[in-house]
Design a protein around this ligand. Structure first.
Ligand code: CP
Length: 309
């Protein structure tokens, strides 16, 4: 394929199958760096990466910071509570002020869908969407693909069940685009009230019987109830949700032997999955976190390290 040409990474939809495969291949070569005694390469020396997080994060933020540091870039981390956003400055003004300090790339998370796109269109530095509202979380989908491929050797032809609060999940949306583009068969499962209308148009199946989905799947992607994005009452109770859609050891008796279970985190143990499943043999949750650093190193390298601006 031709060289990487993208200036920003805002959503998985904008990547071709070949570009996704290039990210996965590049991630594989960067994974080794984090196993070295000295976990650093000079690839992005002299570049500046700003982490602009207007929403809480553990995994994505630390992972991007480690990825940038392991590539020898300088990093600055800003959150809304510690910045002038708390004094009423708009996110675009904050971003413009950051641009004025000659940074090369902004990693941005925001509760408003489309906020990273607005910044990318207005500013010269590259922008990576680290999660915007219910819309997209492209690097999560890429690290999920990497983890699935590393464990099962392929994506095409796999049966992937995505279970939980699909309506509010940017992770589900980005994964649906990515998995279907690479040839996986995706089935969504969850309460009808948390299923987006017309989601089948994206080329997925719906099934409201969790046991059926578990038995058929090679991969289960389990999602948290994203209460922070719920504007109304979607469920009778959390206990009822856990009873109907929680993944537990008993339910997994019907699963394939080599089923893998992914979860983007943070997990709510005892709700969407039991503690023994989160820590059990099927779970690859911490592998996802480990792979997240390599995948984000690959993205930073492709956006900043492969061409002169
Ligand atoms: N998966 C994910 O986005 O986790 P954080 O919210 O901790 O970054």
């Amino acid at each position: 394929m031709k060289e990487w040409t993208k200036h920003d990474l805002l959503d998985i939809q904008e990547l071709s199958k070949e570009e996704i495969e290039l990210v996965l291949k590049t991630s594989k070569s960067f994974k080794e760096v984090s196993t070295r005694e000295v976990k650093k390469v000079p690839t992005l020396r002299g570049k500046t990466v700003v982490l602009l997080f207007f929403e809480p994060s553990t995994r994505t933020r630390i992972s991007f910071e480690l990825a940038a540091k392991r590539l020898s870039a300088d990093t600055i981390s800003i959150s809304s509570s510690g910045s002038s956003a708390s004094k009423g400055e708009s996110f675009l003004d904050t971003a413009k002020n950051i641009e004025a300090m000659n940074v090369d790339l902004i990693v941005m998370r925001h509760s408003a869908s489309g906020a990273p796109k607005i910044v990318a269109e207005a500013l010269a530095p590259s922008v990576i969407n680290a999660g915007d509202g219910c819309r997209a979380h492209p690097t999560q989908a890429l690290l999920d693909l990497f983890t699935i491929k590393e464990r099962l050797g392929r994506i095409a032809g796999l049966k992937v069940g995505i279970v939980g609060d699909i309506l509010h999940s940017r992770v589900a949306r980005s994964n649906i685009w990515a998995l279907t583009k690479l040839g996986a068969k995706v089935t969504l499962c969850g309460p009808a009230t948390l299923m987006p209308r017309d989601i089948e148009r994206l080329g997925v199946d719906l099934c409201y019987d969790l046991n059926e989905v578990i038995a058929a799947s090679d991969v289960l992607m389990v999602l948290r109830l994203q209460k922070e994005r719920m504007q109304e009452k979607f469920l009778p109770s959390i206990r009822e949700y856990a009873r109907m859609f929680g993944i537990n050891r008993n339910r997994l008796k019907a699963a394939k032997k080599d089923l893998i279970i992914l979860h983007p985190g943070p997990t709510n143990r005892g709700v969407e999955l039991s503690a023994d499943v989160a820590d059990g043999d099927h779970s690859v949750i911490l592998e996802q976190v480990n792979n997240g650093v390599a995948v984000r190193m690959a993205i930073l390298y492709l956006l900043l390290g492969t061409k002169e601006k």
